[in-house]
Design a protein around this ligand. Sequence first.
Ligand SMILES: [Zn+2]
Length: 442
Amino acid sequence: MKRKTVSKILRSTAFSCLACLICGIMGTGTGIPTRAATTQAELEALIQQNKEDIKDLEDKIAATEGDIADNEEKQGYYYSKLLLEQESIDLLNNKLYVKEGEIAEKELEIAGVETVIAETEKQIEEKKAEIVRLDAQNKDNIYRFGQIIRTMYINNTDDVINVIAGSADFYDIFVKTEMMQSASEMNYEFMQQLLDDIHQLEEDQAQLEKDVEQLEKDKADLEQQKKDLEAEWTLLDEEKAYANQLAAQYTSEYNNITSKISNLESLKDQYNYEISVSMSEIEAYEKEIDEIIRRAQLAASNSVVYDNGEWQWPLDPKFTLITTYFGYDPWRGGNHGAIDVGNGGINGANIYAMKGGEVIVAKTTYTPGYDYGMYVVIDHGNGYQSLYAHCSAIYVTVGQMVNKGDTIAAVGSTGWSTGPHLHFEIRKDGSRVDPLQYVAVP
Ligand SMILES: [Zn+2]
């Protein structure tokens, strides 16, 4: 932003009513420097410069707002991605929890099977011990029968000798020999019972060993299932780690963009502040111009004799549609120091001097979108001036004397105007007054 000397003086001063420069809001600021040496042309150049600055700043604000919108879109994108990842992490946590429960259950099943195996093996050991015990008892019995046989042999019993000679082992003797059966029927039955018991125990042992084999298979199946569950758990845990990594990445992107937006907002605030400063300056310059006009009018009033007749409506009688009255106007958020007339077909219509006097402003250069556009000010003497704004053409020049009813300009829509209309003011001693107190609507 370019800086003028006067800007520096004004920057430290508070102003109000910055927004409505055209329609006569009276600034209530204080400490506006009086610059008697500055001409109206110089002040207008300063105003022009400030308006250009404001336009530049407005362009910068628009660009910054575009950047902010772009970044907010990105921010929204990363935020939704982050939410999705967080949902996915929650879901994975639930799945991991369920899987851990399944693994614990499987471990319990395995422990149950191991208990049964241990119990069964204990039973096998008991059967084995019992077999050993019965076998010993049997052998003891055999020994004792051997003694009996020996005694019989010593007593020379032929039968016995023959039996022993033709037998493969002692069991055959006990089991098959009729002589022995008759010799000791009781003992044979006891022996037979022992052998049956041993055989039964051996069968039991074999069955238990089969059971253990089956249980070991069951246990191996369960352990495989547990391994599978653990592998599933590991996959879920890896998935969760990846989701966490993505979430961290999205959070970081989101934070970066948030910080960018914050910087852009600060920049925008700075531009807006600079605009408010420029607008304050413009207001101050315009007050100075008003003062110059007032002084010119005072100087003129001393040397010119004016027409003392009634004020005339500044347009043809068919143009009387008042679109804005003098006074507070909510649309502008401030006071309207003029009357606006805006009939259809008014564009290019003649504007007449409301009273005779000297033309003190006949402005034909202007900035589109700002202020009065092309306008005329006539000094009528005795502290009165009239102003005609937004013209499409100016027919008078500064210093020219005009009579009441002379055509001075044509209606237009130059400057800060939304459509063809005449904005006209009456000033008394430099202040805007209600024109309808001086001129009747035809
Ligand atoms: Zn107006």
